[in-house]
Design a protein around this ligand. Structure first.
Ligand SMILES: Nc1ncnc2c1ncn2[C@@H]1O[C@H](COP(=O)(O)OP(=O)(O)OP(=O)(O)O)[C@@H](O)[C@H]1O
Length: 377
């Protein structure tokens, strides 16, 4: 298998696909959609809009009533279901693990079905458990002895076992708490940066959709595609009221997460922990011996004595150098001094930004957007 990561060549294509279930429910209505190779396409929409049905149409767990689905140009209807599924990993909520098989045996399932030797399948399973961040000692446990997040990681490892070019993921992270979900989402993005799978992922959570998707398809109940676009465009230019409502009220602010910040950086006078405060000017930034910001102090009341950890006001977010407008604006607004702290990849202070200048950069980015498109966004 060779997957070219950087082409936009289609991998999965729905061509005028309709699925009507016995009883007459139209779950998917005349869907035409392409999932580009090596990218994450997210299907999002309210409950019952046909997301799961659309996903299952790809691996033929559901057959279309009309229309065709092609995989790399081949009509899936012309392939045997077994042959088709060999190239498709499938991840569901809770991992969908076999409860009576150990973690390792769960991951070995597909390689064994493909006729791999036990040794080769076991080596692959161990390799994958490491890839998804699971400690080797978990290999012998049963799914019930794992946390929700760990089960989900095993589910991903199992889907990747035979190195399929395509991954279908149905609400893979919705059964875990928000903190674990966020971590799993980050891990999927890191993994994807190495693996370049063609991923079709279903979620009902628009924040997850815009975080993970290279493109996001919004479906409405009745199985109609309302809009498919890159996340930034979806937030900036929802096609209609339904999409605008679905993407949410603070979409203007969230769209700043897709724009790189071109904001002037200013030098900031710093003091080190333990250093005696001599300057009575208002907020001062405290750094450790390596120059990493630790927090702000209100210097006036501290003049003449050393700064201790208890004096620090924390709470301001840090923006990464070269990061997004959203991260810079948030750093400025959440800082007690209203000066946003910008750090490099090692967490060392590189400068500060002022909220007014971040807003000016937002305005300038908006004007550049108008110039690019030739018409206002
Ligand atoms: N096997 C089935 N037989 C009959 N109707 C079905 C079947 N599976 C799904 N449906 C119906 O098709 C519609 C779409 O269901 P589907 O599960 O694809 O939606 P969904 O967007 O994934 O929903 P959710 O977010 O609630 O999981 C719903 O009205 C559902 O009741």
């Amino acid at each position: 298998m060779s997957v070219v990561a950087d082409t936009l060549e289609r991998m999965i294509r729905f061509d005028r696909v309709t699925k009507t279930y016995p009883g007459g429910t139209v779950a998917v209505d005349d869907l035409t959609l392409e999932a580009p190779r090596g990218q994450i396409t997210v299907l999002v929409g309210p409950s019952g809009c046909g997301k799961t049905t659309s996903l299952r149409l790809v691996n033929r767990m559901v057959e279309p009533t009309s229309g065709t689905i092609t995989l790399d140009g081949t009509d899936t209807g012309s392939m045997s279901a077994t042959e088709l599924r060999r190239g498709i990993g499938y991840v569901i909520q809770h991992g969908g693990l076999f409860p009576h098989r150990t973690v390792e045996h769960n991951v070995m399932t597909v390689p064994k079905l493909l006729g791999w030797s036990t040794d080769k399948a076991r080596t692959r399973a161990r390799e994958l458990l490491e890839v998804v961040g699971l400690a080797p000692e978990l290999a012998g446990r049963y799914p019930a002895q794992l946390s929700g997040g760990q089960q989900q990681r095993v589910g991903v490892a199992r889907a990747l076992a035979a190195d399929p070019p395509v991954l279908l993921m149905d609400e893979p992270f919705s059964a875990v708490d928000p903190v674990v979900r966020d971590a799993l989402q980050d891990e999927l993005l890191t993994l994807q940066a190495q693996l370049h799978k063609t991923i079709l992922l279903v979620t009902h959570d628009i924040d997850e959709a815009v975080k993970l998707g290279n493109q996001v398809a919004v479906l409405r109940v009745g199985g109609e595609l309302a809009q498919v676009d890159a996340p930034a465009r979806l937030l900036a230019e929802p096609a209609d009221d339904f999409v605008a409502d679905f993407v949410g009220r603070d979409r203007g602010y969230r769209s700043l997460a897709f724009q790189a910040a071109d904001v002037p950086l200013h030098r900031e006078h710093t003091i080190r922990l333990g250093e005696t405060v001599e300057d009575a000017s208002d907020w001062q930034l405290v750094v450790d011996d390596d120059g990493r910001p630790q927090g702000w102090v209100r210097a006036g009341s501290l003049v003449g004595r050393p700064v201790g950890k208890d004096d620090l006001r924390l709470g301001g977010t840090l923006a990464g150098q070269g990061g997004t407008l959203r991260a810079h604006l948030d750093a400025a607004l959440s800082s007690p001094s209203r000066r946003g702290v910008v750090v490099d990849g090692d967490g060392v202070l590189v400068g500060i930004v002022h909220p007014g200048e971040v807003l000016a950069a937002i305005e300038a980015a908006g004007r550049a957007g108008v110039a690019d498109d030739g018409e206002p966004a």
